[in-house]
Design a protein around this ligand. Sequence first.
Ligand code: SF4
Length: 292
Amino acid sequence: MIIKEIKVKEVITKSNLPVCDYSANAYVGCEHACKYCYASFMKRFTNHEENWGQFIDVKYWDKIKNPEKYHGKEIFISSVTDPYQPCEEKYKRTQALLEELKNSGAKLSIATKSDLILRDLELIKSFPNARVSWSINTLDENFKNDMDKGVSIERRFNAMKIFHDNEIRTTCFISPIFPGITDVKAIIEKAKDKCNLIWLENLNLRGTFKYAILNYIKQKHPHLVSLYDEIYNKGSNLYWENLDKELQSFAKKQGLEYKTNDDSFAKPFEAKPVIVNYFYHSKIKKSAQKNH
Ligand code: SF4
């Protein structure tokens, strides 16, 4: 891992993501090295030769002037890195960002694959209506280890539960859903008493990682090759349409609301989750949402 400390002018930038006004990334690069990471395009923009997951730039910025200007604004932490990846333990740049924004009245939305965020629970709690989301796309730790270097699924659920018990809004982001691998119903069963929003997003294969993922399927799940070919080479939507129907009736049996692309993200804390299906969001909103 190549770690560099860099000086930047600002850490918060205007965002065109659908769920926020601004985004803030205290690092460039991400140690979690997810095989399907959409943020890996950052490599090109920042002139990194190393592979995605093998470099980190630790940002130091000019102190945020007038943090009050973010009052009532949604700040997304983070759009192209994991704010609580392992190096945060040493460099604490995400913590520094939160400290600078404390009392500003900004609305935080934080996405991670880590439980290091527990360290900052009290700080996050001091923000009005903060939301924290964990990406979980499997209950199988072996598959998780094949896909990312985040903490175990068990540790993500434990952290989610602690935030939920503290009445901080939590999201279980079931993403990306791998056809034939991700058991969405089993994840919902496990998440439903720990979060108040469950977001579903299908695996989109584009860019450089398409080849890597299809190759992985060939090596590790050869019985799924024809399914992936149908979806990702021939463009069939049938798998998602069937899963959508199946999940609708599953949600009904569980007594959970099931919606498509709604405003649940903004709702205040509730004990019970709403399930929101974003399977077709790429057709609806051009800009991608969070990829953690
Ligand atoms: S998907 Fe998120 S956690 Fe994974 S490598 Fe990309 S930025 Fe990091």
